[in-house]
Write a protein that binds this ligand. Structure first.
Ligand code: ASP
Length: 405
C-alpha cells in the first residue's frame, strides 16, 4: 500500500496561503497588482501540467479497463454507472429547484445586468441530435488532438472492447496500453508533489481578481447555490455512499479530500481527473479496473454540482425578471438542467455556457445570464468540488453494487 504522497495538511496550508495572498493581492489592485502576472503564470503552469496528462490517461484507462473485463461484467458495470450518474444528477437538480423555491432569491432583487461575452451571446444550444452525433468521432486522432473528451471516451471504449475480443492476438497492444497508463500515473505522482503550491497559486489568482463589491446584491442567490451544494455534498452524497457503498461518510470525505481541494482550486473536473483517479484508488481502495472505467466517464458527464447550480440559476433569473414558472415548466428545467450538466465540459465556466439550453427551454432571456456572471467564477469552484465528489462516490457505490470481478 502506498502512503499518501502529500499530507492533506500541506494542501490545506496551501489553501489558507492562497486565500490570504489573494485578499492581499486584491487590495493591492487585483489584476493590476505587481505580482499578479507572476501568480497567474505559476497557476497556469500547474494546471497545464495536470491537463498534459489527461488525454493519455483517459485513453489508457478506458482501453485497459474495457480490454481487461469480462464483457458481461463490463455491460453490467456500464449500465449501473449510467443509472447512478443520471439519477444523482437529476436528484441534485431537483434539490436545487426545491431550495430556490423556498428561498426565492430573485424575488424583488435589485440587480445590475452585465453584458455577456460575445461567445455566450452567439451561442446556439445544440439539439439532442447534435449531442448524439458529437458522441462519435469521425477521426479519432482529431478527437485526441482537440481533447474532445466525449469522443475520446466513445472511441476508447469501442477500441477496448475490440482489444478484449482479440485476446492473445493483441497482447503487445494491451501491454503497451498498460505501460502508457503506468507512465501517466508516474507523471501524476510528480505533479501531486506540487499540489500545495499549485492550489495556493490558483486560489491567489481567483481571489485576487474577484470583485467582492458585486457579491452583496447576489448574496441570497449565492447562499441558495452554496446551501444546495452543501446539502448535496455533505449530506446526500455521503449518505448514498454509506447506504449503497458501505463506506462511512467521514472516511469517504477524508479519503477524497485531496481531489476535492484540487477541484476547488482548478474549477475543472477534467484537470482534477488524474488526482481523482489516484485518490479513489489509493485512499478509497476502489479496484483500479472500476476506477479506470467510471472516473474518466464521470469527470466528463457526471456533474451533480453543475445540475444543481443550473436549476437554481434558471429560476433565479426567472424570479428577477418577474416571470413565474409553472410546475410543468419547472419539470422542464429539471430535465434540461440535467442535460446541460451532462453536456458541460469539465472545464471552468462550462456550466455557464450550457445554461443557454435551460433558459431557452422555458423561454427565459439569455441576457439573464448577465445577472449572475459576476459571481460565477466563485460558484464554479464549489460546484466543481461536488462534481468530483459525485464521481468518487459513484466508484465506491458501483464497487459495492456490481461487485468485484
Ligand atoms: N467547472 C465545472 C467542472 O469542471 C463545470 C461547470 O462549469 O459547471 O466540473
Amino acid at each position: 500500500m502506498e502512503r499518501q504522497l502529500i499530507s492533506i495538511r500541506w494542501v490545506v496550508a496551501g489553501i489558507v496561503v492562497g486565500i490570504i495572498g489573494g485578499l492581499l493581492l486584491n487590495q493591492a489592485g487585483g489584476a493590476q497588482a505587481r505580482f499578479f502576472e507572476l501568480v497567474a503564470l505559476g497557476a497556469d503552469l500547474f494546471v497545464r501540467l495536470l491537463r498534459m496528462v489527461i488525454v493519455p490517461l483517459v485513453v489508457a484507462s478506458l482501453v485497459t479497463a474495457a480490454a481487461g473485463l469480462d464483457t458481461r461484467y463490463l455491460g453490467r458495470l456500464g449500465t449501473v454507472t449510467m443509472v447512478y450518474y443520471l439519477s444523482t444528477t437529476i436528484l441534485a437538480a431537483a434539490l436545487g429547484l426545491v431550495i430556490v423555491n423556498l428561498v426565492d432569491p430573485g424575488v424583488g432583487a435589485v440587480l445590475q445586468i452585465a453584458e455577456l461575452p460575445k461567445e455566450l451571446r452567439e451561442q446556439k444550444p445544440p439539439t439532442f441530435a447534435d449531442l448524439l452525433r458529437n458522441l462519435i468521432p469521425v477521426n479519432p486522432i482529431d478527437a485526441l488532438v482537440r481533447a474532445d473528451m466525449l469522443q475520446i471516451i466513445t472511441f476508447s471504449l469501442i477500441a477496448g472492447i475490440a482489444l478484449n475480443l482479440l485476446g492473445e492476438r493483441a497482447q503487445s497492444l494491451r501491454q503497451f496500453m498498460h505501460e502508457v497508463l503506468e507512465l501517466s500515473m508516474v507523471i501524476v505522482r510528480w505533479v501531486l508533489y506540487l499540489l500545495p503550491v499549485g492550489v495556493a497559486l490558483l486560489l491567489m489568482r481567483t481571489v485576487g481578481q474577484a470583485g467582492f463589491e458585486v457579491f452583496a446584491p447576489l448574496a441570497k442567490y449565492m447562499g441558495a447555490v452554496l446551501g444546495g451544494l452543501a446539502i448535496h455534498g455533505l449530506i446526500v452524497l455521503p449518505t448514498l455512499v454509506w447506504l449503497l457503498g458501505g463506506m462511512p461518510p467521514w472516511r469517504f470525505l477524508r479519503g477524497i479530500s485531496q481531489a476535492m481541494l484540487t477541484a476547488l482550486s482548478t474549477s475543472s473536473s477534467a484537470a482534477t481527473l488524474p488526482v481523482t483517479i489516484r485518490t479513489v484508488e489509493q485512499e478509497l481502495k476502489v479496484p483500479s479496473y472500476i476506477c479506470r472505467f467510471c472516473i474518466p466517464i464521470g469527470a466528463t458527464v457526471n456533474m451533480d454540482g453543475t445540475a444543481l447550480y443550473e436549476a437554481v440559476a434558471a429560476l433565479f433569473i426567472a424570479q428577477a425578471y418577474g416571470i413565474q414558472l409553472e410546475f410543468t415548466q419547472q419539470i422542464v428545467v429539471l430535465f434540461t438542467a440535467t442535460l446541460a450538466a451532462i453536456g458541460a465540459a469539465g472545464i471552468p465556466s462550462a456550466g455557464l455556457f450550457t445554461m443557454v439550453i435551460v433558459l431557452q427551454s422555458v423561454g427565459l432571456p439569455i441576457e439573464g445570464i448577465g445577472l449572475i456572471l459576476a459571481v460565477d467564477r466563485i460558484l464554479d469552484m464549489f460546484r466543481t468540488m461536488v462534481n468530483v465528489e459525485g464521481d468518487a462516490g459513484g466508484a465506491v457505490i458501483l464497487t459495492n453494487i456490481v461487485g468485484r470481478k
